[in-house]
Design a protein around this ligand. Structure first.
Ligand code: RB5
Length: 145
């Protein structure tokens, strides 16, 4: 599975640790930066990672900023993106199972690196359940029109 990842200056260490971990697990990780501790505007990174997901270059995306919230707000403006800001295991799992989220947003100033890696693992390892949840996703998609 190919995974797009990116961060702003609030999430560099977390992003690097997650990218390294997922690569070690055998995932094909495309890193959209940032690559060093410089201040950037999170929507500029969100647009790169979400673009890789909507173009189907990557199956899922992971974005890290200080809170995970700005990244999720920006990502959810992009047609076809269902981004979820998560800081607990249950949400990271169920946003795949029920919401078919395609982008996970994490807060580098909210959770530790160990938790961030666990949430990323849960997110990429969990399949959408479909069924009644597909009808609800279709209604979300209809809101884009
Ligand atoms: C950057 O300082 C910070 O605002 C950003 O990383 C993020 O937390 C926004 O939601």
């Amino acid at each position: 599975m190919k995974i797009a990842i990116g961060c702003d200056h609030g999430g560099l260490e977390h992003k690097n640790a997650i990218a390294e971990h997922l690569k070690e697990r055998g995932f094909d990780v495309k890193d959209f930066g940032i690559y060093e501790q410089v201040s950037v505007d999170y929507p500029d990174i969100a647009v790169k990672v979400t673009g890789a997901v909507t173009s189907k270059e990557c199956e899922l995306g992971i974005l890290v900023c200080g809170t995970g919230i700005g990244m999720s707000m920006a990502a959810n403006k992009v047609k076809g993106i269902r981004a979820a800001a998560c800081s607990d295991h249950f949400s990271a799992k169920y946003t795949r199972l029920h919401n078919n989220a395609n982008v996970l947003c994490l807060g580098g100033r909210v959770i530790g690196i160990g938790t961030a890696i666990e949430l990323a693992d849960l997110f990429v390892d969990t399949e959408f359940e479909g069924g009644r949840h597909q009808r609800r996703i279709d209604k979300i998609t209809a809101l884009e029109e």
